[in-house]
Ligand binder design. Structure first.
Ligand SMILES: [Zn+2]
Length: 376
């Protein structure tokens, strides 16, 4: 995947840098473990410190000191998660800030404007995130709205590109955005809940609008894992093979392997970083909870087959002690390991694909995990 800030080898995993930083780790460490692209959250950066402030600093890359690619989400997912603090209508999503209760309106145009100010390499369209489970009629209505919003988002994006947005016509009272990254791309999002017909139709009609690439949204929201794999399998053939296909907000290492087998190129998920802060480590033999008493005198590294800084220098006993003591280093060391495990898994997958050995990799990956530790 080529972006204005360089190339990304795919399939790729994007660590989540919600506030412009991946929690507990420095950019230097992310680069050292081979992170090629970060995901940052539009909702959070819009509310604080504000996209206009970031535009005045020259855009997100310069502001946070990260020179490689950045993808920003549309902010929609966080807004939809506010439940009681938001209402949705055709215009967009009205919500109250979780920080100070201030009222905001996020429209497809506004989401494009905010991301123009941020200057990410990939901007996402605002889509309607549907709760699971939903019936077919509800899912269709939501899919249709997402398509109407996609048209509006694309129109705004193209208008910004050709700099024809009139300050006076701004629908949001928002001053005209600065295009801090003229090379920004915009991805469309396929919706349609768990219904195959809706997913196929959503994919076809989103592709008709014409985006630089496409994402599959609305999965990993509580549906059975086999349903998710099935939706992915049915959707990817409807998306252009020469463009990255991005599965949003997924998932476990097993999900990554199985989704790549079904044609996915790009992932993001908070699992490796959030679970690290809770003391859960992903390893080649399954997950371990470092807080368990059984590790109190365990001198082995978290994952004997991992080459990360944490595994080279720390024992399980030491990591357990740090976690139990509430030492902030615990979050850093655990996060470094988990992200290294994810990025290294993707690296091995890319290698296996290049040599035509992916199926072999897939098999041995699952075999190794099926021998996994039974760690409560
Ligand atoms: Zn490690």
């Amino acid at each position: 995947m080529s972006t204005a800030h360089g190339d990304v080898e795919t399939p790729a995993f994007m660590p989540v840098g919600t506030q412009g930083a991946v929690k507990a780790v420095a950019h230097r460490d992310l680069e050292a473990i081979g992170a090629e692209i970060l995901l940052c959250n539009t909702y959070h950066l819009y509310l604080r410190p504000g996209d206009e402030l970031i535009a005045r600093r020259g855009g997100l890359h310069r502001f946070i000191g990260w020179s490689k690619p950045i993808l920003t989400d549309s902010g929609g997912y966080q807004v939809f998660s506010l439940a009681a603090r938001r209402t949705i209508d055709e215009e967009g999503a009205r919500f109250q800030s979780h920080l100070d209760g201030s009222r905001h309106l996020l429209t497809p145009e506004k989401a494009a404007d905010i991301q123009a100010n941020l200057g990410s390499d990939v901007a996402m369209v605002l889509d309607e995130c549907l709760a699971h489970p939903s019936d077919h009629d509800t899912a269709r209505a939501s899919m249709e709205r997402t398509l109407r919003w996609a048209h509006r988002a694309r129109e705004r994006f193209l208008a910004l590109k050709s700099s024809v947005v009139d300050r006076q016509s701004s629908v949001t009272n928002h001053q005209s955005p600065t295009l801090t990254n003229p090379g920004q791309a915009q991805f469309g999002i396929v919706q349609g809940s768990v219904f195959r017909d809706l997913r196929e139709e959503s994919a076809q009609r989103t592709v008709e609008i014409g985006f630089e690439a496409y994402a599959i949204g609305g999965l990993s929201v509580g549906e059975p894992v086999d349903t998710m794999y099935d939706v992915v399998e049915r959707t990817t053939p409807c998306l252009p093979a020469d463009r990255p296909r991005y599965l949003m907000g997924t998932g476990t290492p097993e999900d990554l392997v199985e989704s790549i087998a079904r044609g996915i190129d790009l992932f993001d998920c908070v699992l490796p970083t959030r679970n690290a802060r809770n003391g859960q480590l992903f390893t080649s033999e399954g997950r371990i909870n470092i807080k368990n008493a059984r590790y109190a005198e365990d001198d082995r590294p978290p994952d004997p087959s991992c080459g990360c800084y944490t595994c080279r220098t720390c024992s399980r006993a030491y990591l357990r002690h740090l976690f139990a003591s509430g030492e902030i280093n615990a979050a850093t060391l655990n996060t470094l390991h988990n992200l290294h495990f994810y990025l290294d898994t993707l690296r091995r997958i890319r290698e296996s694909l290049a040599f035509g050995r992916f199926e072999k990799f897939r098999l041995s990956f699952h075999q190794s995990l099926s021998r996994q530790l039974h760690d409560p």
